[in-house]
Design a protein around this ligand. Sequence first.
Ligand SMILES: CC/C=C\C/C=C\C[C@@H]1O[C@H]1/C=C/C=C/C=C\C/C=C\CCC(=O)O
Ligand SMILES: N[C@@H](CCC(=O)N[C@@H](CS)C(=O)NCC(=O)O)C(=O)O
Length: 211
Amino acid sequence: MGNGSALYGPLKHLLASLPMRAELRSCCTTEVASPCCPHHFQPTRQQGLDLARGAPAWEIRFYSVAMLEQIHLLAAVTVLGVLEQAYFFLQVIHARRKFGISPPNISGPPEFERIFRAQVNSSEYFPIFVALLWQAGLFFHQGLAAALGLLYLYSRYCYFMGYRASSSDRLTPIYFSTGVLWVLIAAATLGLLHFFLSHYVGLNVLRLIAA
Ligand SMILES: CC/C=C\C/C=C\C[C@@H]1O[C@H]1/C=C/C=C/C=C\C/C=C\CCC(=O)O
Ligand SMILES: N[C@@H](CCC(=O)N[C@@H](CS)C(=O)NCC(=O)O)C(=O)O
């Protein structure tokens, strides 16, 4: 723990400036640079290895939690998105049974084909959605990206239900959902641009605007 006290001063300011849970902040900012309480400190295998190399436990724990707080909303929306995909899959399985259409067949009455296409179309867009959600969340703003993510998942649900009812009922939700994707693209691009400019060129556009 020797280097812990040398780091304590700057870390205290960093801790105070981050939106962390109060209980963790008070636990990690004790004057003694020691590991957090057992409640907060449950080392993973990697953390165990870091500990063996001499990094202070409280520091490892602090950075792990700070990192998770940067991504927890994105992770929650991703899990929700996966559950939505699972729901769409189950609907196709149910429709296959109902209409007696076994794989590899994908043709049948329009009622079946619309459900099948609604699921396949939603799967096609899912990797694009997840990539944009995380890029916009990491480089632009986590809360905004997560909110847009929820809006996207809701519009995808409307798309599925609309398509199931009739082909034309899919159109409004697909317009809306792709609109949300374009907003996520814009946020991700702006965020990345800001990162590259400030990191490599030393040009902080936000600070310039604020000045
Ligand atoms: C950011 C999104 C990434 C990739 C997709 C990019 C473009 C694809 C378009 O946004 C998708 C929206 C498509 C909307 C189509 C709407 C209507 C199509 C017009 C008529 C269909 C008529 C018919 O049903 O026969
Ligand atoms: N794979 C899609 C790509 C384009 C797309 O997403 N189209 C939207 C608007 S026309 C759609 O709802 N397609 C219906 C579908 O995929 O079954 C397609 O074949 O149409």
